[in-house]
Design a protein around this ligand. Structure first.
Ligand code: SAM
Length: 218
């Protein structure tokens, strides 16, 4: 899919020496290079297990925590921000996680090109950049084409779990996901650990909203 508007602006920010080392030494071990062919999860994880993709894993604390708590599931984190990827790689090494790998690339291209339709048990989208200014709303990730792409990648019964601390984006997410024909709203929301970005929002008094949708089975 050729796109002009992206959901991120790459500011490198400060990469600490240990994140830098992780990007050099650990990315070849725990990273998956972007490619235009489908990911062979069975070969990558050396087993057949449900695959969950996380979009925009940030510094990766929650990502690693979830993977550690669910050894029966394999996780692929997608993140463009170098320091965040470095930080997640360090956690994968420190915790010895065999069920978590990371792709440093635009998640829209990864979903479109590396993930087969109907192959995912779940997708996590926790606190995507809210792009609060009206002129930036076009950068928000969760819009109808993205919802359609994500829904198509889920296996029947697979879940899409989104969370945001930006009330008006939550409304948009609910409307977009409800309008996607392949998805239906779930009765209950899944538990998840508090994320780094969420903690900041909570400190500012933002209400947090979780949304859970399932891919229809028929
Ligand atoms: C607000 S942060 C939230 C990070 C983390 N989920 C948390 O809750 O702490 C959003 C993250 O999404 C990443 N991101 C935005 N658009 C992306 C894209 N198209 N592909 C991959 N990562 C993206 C950004 O780099 C950023 O790290």
């Amino acid at each position: 899919m050729k796109r002009e508007i992206r959901s991120f602006v790459l500011r490198q920010g400060r990469t600490t020496p240990s994140q830098q080392r992780a990007l050099g030494d650990l990315l070849p071990r725990f990273g998956i290079p972007f490619s235009d062919s489908f990911l062979d999860a069975k070969r990558l994880f050396e087993r057949t297990a449900p695959i969950v993709v996380e979009i925009g894993s940030g510094m990766g604390e929650t990502t690693a925590e979830i993977a550690q708590a669910h050894p029966e599931t394999d996780y692929v984190a997608i993140e463009v921000h170098g320091p965040g990827v470095g930080s997640l790689l360090k956690k994968i090494e420190a915790l010895g996680l065999k069920n978590l790998r990371v792709i440093r690339h635009d998640a829209v291209e990864v979903l479109g090109q590396m993930i087969a339709d109907g192959s995912l048990a779940g997708i996590h989208l926790f606190f995507p950049d809210p792009w609060p200014k009206k002129r930036h709303h076009k950068r928000r990730l969760l819009q109808p084409p993205f919802a359609a792409l994500a829904a198509r990648k889920l296996a029947p019964g697979g879940y899409f779990h989104a969370a945001t601390d930006w009330a008006e984006y939550a409304e948009q997410m609910a409307a977009v996901l409800s309008a996607e024909p392949l998805l239906e709203k779930a009765d209950q929301v899944k538990n998840r650990p508090v994320t780094k970005f969420e903690r900041r929002g909570l400190g500012l008094g933002h209400p947090v909203r979780d949304l859970l949708f399932l891919r229809r089975k028929e």
